[in-house]
Design a protein around this ligand. Structure first.
Ligand code: OAD
Length: 235
């Protein structure tokens, strides 16, 4: 039997039970800031200190968080499926990797990376950026968080498109389905013949496109689903 190829799209909801706040908790505001102010190139140009402080605070919060049962279940699934599993995450935290996942694409970038606007190099970055530290490669003080802002193109779109169109099963976990292109992957997977499953605390904005929707916390739903897909696997 040919192994099943699976794409799992994750969003902020998978990290919620690790204590990382989701985006749309509070009426379009992120930690009291307008999205436009902290998540667009224009916002950064207008007030770089505010934006750096915002991401520095989020980087620190993520450092305090630990992976939960949903992240761990996806590690077990990767152990079973190997290259037939791809996790596509919209999250900028590193909880999938800290749980042990290896096949992860960060389509919206990573908090733990800094990108030099002068030389273009990217660096692993654990510390703050608000003090405008020099780029380790070129020495210029032009580092920004390596996260994708509104108006910018998400990363690795071709690789993701290939995986989504080739998969047999597309599963979305903990995402509101309000940001494209990620919100459109369910329709792409379905039109390519995949079965589709949504696991979310509540129905999302794109629930109607899924073959099946299960509602509840990811730390319960994801281990249950993994156990069902690969019986006997301890998730
Ligand atoms: P959202 O905050 O929009 O949605 C989180 C979803 O997770 C909601 O549908 C919640 O109901 C659900 N949720 C909350 N707690 C959960 C739990 N314990 N278990 C399961 N589900 C839970 O976050 P995203 O959909 O990830 O983009 O947001 C997508 C993108 O919008 C982000 O990557 C970010 C943001 O703007 C950029 O920064 C470019």
């Amino acid at each position: 039997m040919r192994p099943v190829r699976v794409v799992v799209l994750t969003g902020a909801g998978i990290s919620a039970e690790s204590g990382v706040r989701t985006f749309r908790d509070s009426g379009g505001l992120w930690e009291g800031h307008d999205v436009e102010a902290v998540a667009t190139p224009e916002g950064f140009a207008r007030d770089p200190e505010l934006v750096q402080r915002f991401y520095d605070a989020r980087r620190r919060a993520v450092a305090q968080a630990t992976p939960n049962a949903a992240h761990r279940a996806l590690v077990h699934l990767e152990e079973a499926l190997g290259e037939d599993l791809l996790v596509v995450t919209q999250n900028v935290d590193d909880l999938h990797e800290r749980a042990g996942s290896r096949r992860v694409v960060h389509m919206h970038g990573e908090l733990l990376r800094a990108w030099c606007q002068e030389c273009g190099r990217r660096h692993r970055w654990d510390g703050d950026l608000v003090d405008v530290p020099p780029c380790p490669a070129c020495g210029e003080r032009a580092l920004r968080p390596d996260v994708v802002w509104f108006g910018e193109v998400p990363y690795e779109l071709e690789r993701i498109d290939r995986a989504v169109t080739a998969c047999d099963l597309f599963v979305s976990v903990g995402t509101s389905g309000s940001v494209y292109p990620a919100a459109g992957y369910v329709a792409l997977a379905a039109s390519s013949g995949a079965r589709t499953l949504e696991l979310n605390l509540e129905p999302s904005e794109v629930s109607r496109f899924f073959d099946e929707v299960r509602t509840g916390p990811a730390a319960q739903l994801v281990p249950q689903w993994v156990e069902q897909l690969v019986p006997g696997l301890r998730a």
